[in-house]
Design a protein around this ligand. Structure first.
Ligand code: NAD
Ligand code: ZN
Length: 254
């Protein structure tokens, strides 16, 4: 089964889900692409000609905190307008049926939670949370900040605040990373959805799961890091694929 794109893979994935006792999902920006949230590397990935790697970085923030906040506020406006898609909803439904045990995500958009997923491990933080650079205070933003509030300041101590997300070159939150690897070790099936796998250490989690005995299903319209180790490569966009899967399982979509 290694390596071949299977034309009608819905049935194959349902069979794997039925056989599994501990399935998890590992998701990236691609699962939210069908909700209209741009990936970093796709055609809409560039904002005012800045590279995400320059903006989502401690050095970018040091150079120009306001510019970085403007970019995050722009992304928050897109995410606020976006709705979860059938792929997010399918994962929530599979969890409530007891089939899926956890979603490990690299996304910061909160769409899994909005779709109803309960156990979501966020490896790269959440765009709706801000954090003080001095006292560490964290708080939730209810809506995208307006231009004249930027850069945000800490309500407790007045120091410069930043988005509570993981930037290039920064370590991942320890607890989330530990939990993700624990889930990967327990899993016998991993649905890898919409990720290039190039961002480390997150990208290694499915590889670790595979080495610990899990089967991998790789759902992505483009070739990626997991092609060679996946038990099944599904070369489709996440939303239409999961819409078909849910229909085949007789589960209604909200
Ligand atoms: P990536 O941009 O490196 O890769 C996106 C992957 O999604 C690609 O492999 C692409 O082929 C695939 N893809 C595109 N459209 C798809 C679709 N409709 N269905 C399924 N797959 C599709 O994204 P990454 O691997 O998540 O790494 C980028 C980093 O940027 C992450 O760490 C993440 O934190 C961050 N990011 C997050 C968001 C978000 O929260 N929505 C958006 C952009 C970037
Ligand atoms: Zn503070």
């Amino acid at each position: 089964m290694v390596g071949f794109p299977v034309p009608s893979s819905v049935g194959a994935v349902i069979e794997l889900l039925k056989k599994s006792r501990y399935a998890i999902a590992f998701t990236g920006a691609g699962i939210s692409a069908d909700s209209g949230v741009p990936t970093f590397r796709g055609p809409n990935g560039l904002w005012r000609r800045y590279k995400p790697e320059e903006l989502a970085s401690p050095w970018g923030f040091q150079r120009n905190p306001r510019l970085v906040w403007e970019w995050y506020a722009w992304r928050m406006r897109i995410i606020a307008r976006a709705r979860p898609n059938p792929a997010h909803y399918a994962l929530a439904a599979l969890e409530s049926m007891g089939v899926l045990k956890a979603v490990i995500t690299q996304n910061v958009d909160g769409l899994h939670q909005r779709a109803g997923s309960k156990r979501v491990i966020e490896l790269h933080g959440n765009i709706w949370r801000a954090r003080c650079t001095r006292c560490g205070h964290k708080w939730l933003l209810k809506e995208p900040p307006s231009e004249d509030e930027l850069p945000l300041r800490c309500p407790r101590c007045g120091a410069l605040a930043r988005p509570d997300v993981v930037w290039f070159g920064e370590p991942l939150p320890e607890r989330a990373l530990r939990e993700a690897f624990e889930e990967a070790e327990k899993a016998d099936l991993v649905l890898v959805i919409g990720t290039s796998g190039v961002v480390e250490p997150a990208g290694s989690i499915p590889v670790y799961a595979k080495r610990s005995g899990a089967k991998l299903v790789n759902i992505n319209p483009e070739p990626n890091r997991y092609d060679d180790i996946a038990d099944l490569n599904v070369r489709e966009r996440a939303a239409p694929f999961f819409r078909k899967l849910m229909a085949s399982m007789g589960i209604a979509m909200p």
